[in-house]
Design a protein around this ligand. Sequence first.
Ligand code: AMP
Length: 296
Amino acid sequence: MVKMITKNINLTACVRTEPLRIRTLDALSQTIKSYRCDGQKIGFVPTMGALHQGHLNLVKHAKSLCDKVVVSIFVNPMQFAPHEDLGRYPRQEDKDVAALAEIGCDLVYLPSPDIIYPQGFVSLVHVGGPSQGLESDARPQFFDGVTTVVMKLFNQVSPDLCVFGEKDYQQLMTIKTMVRDFNMALSIIGHPTTRADDGLALSSRNAYLSQVERAIAPNLYRVLQQIAELPSKGIEIDEAIETAKAQLLASGFGSIDYLVARDAEHLGEIDANTKERRLLVAAWLGKTRLIDNIGF
Ligand code: AMP
């Protein structure tokens, strides 16, 4: 007698649909229009590629809130100063698209610089408030570059909502301010920072760290956690920040651009109206500049 063996194959686990790769504005607007005709809610996650789990978690979150998710990959020249790492910023399109396929991203928008900044482009979006100081002190061109490209991408993709990481907290608050001030018709959702097991915030720039630097890097988050716990023990925050700076330098960090406690909303000084506070840090480890932040 022949014995029939049936195997229970989970077909959904085998089928991976590649997201559409779109490089032109015409193709993008046609596809977005077709989503809209079907009444679908569109989520958007702008990135510069070299995707890691932090980016993918934003995409998953957008997917949980929307019918279609668009991810842009564009290394934006306008937010880099001439001496910064535009040329060596990691680029890995096929790997990124494969990772996005795994989590159900629908469309990857891959504009070339001339699609974003065609000949004759002369405009700049400048947002005040939370964009002032901190990152802007070290990188004066940075936020104008970010808000200009993000405004442009929002207009091209016209999403219902957009997910940004708290990893770049000042950027998140600057974009929220832009959307509020210009009455832009979309929601901005902040998503918590994804970290390695040792606490280091995932970042495409972590790839620049040597093995020794990578072992030192988690101290950045460690000192933030230490400070965040201290006020409840009655220790002055300024004193705790000075101690933490000394600890960072002693652990191998080269210099600290800032380590500050700020109002979590407008990123100005903490005052009597402050509801939530945020610690923000930027520090150099060898030739790599790391940033991190924590609510407290
Ligand atoms: P980037 O490609 O570095 O411009 O980042 C694209 C988006 O991913 C931004 O909203 C970042 O804040 C977010 N992002 C980057 N790293 C992380 C992380 N470790 N956790 C959460 N979001 C992140």
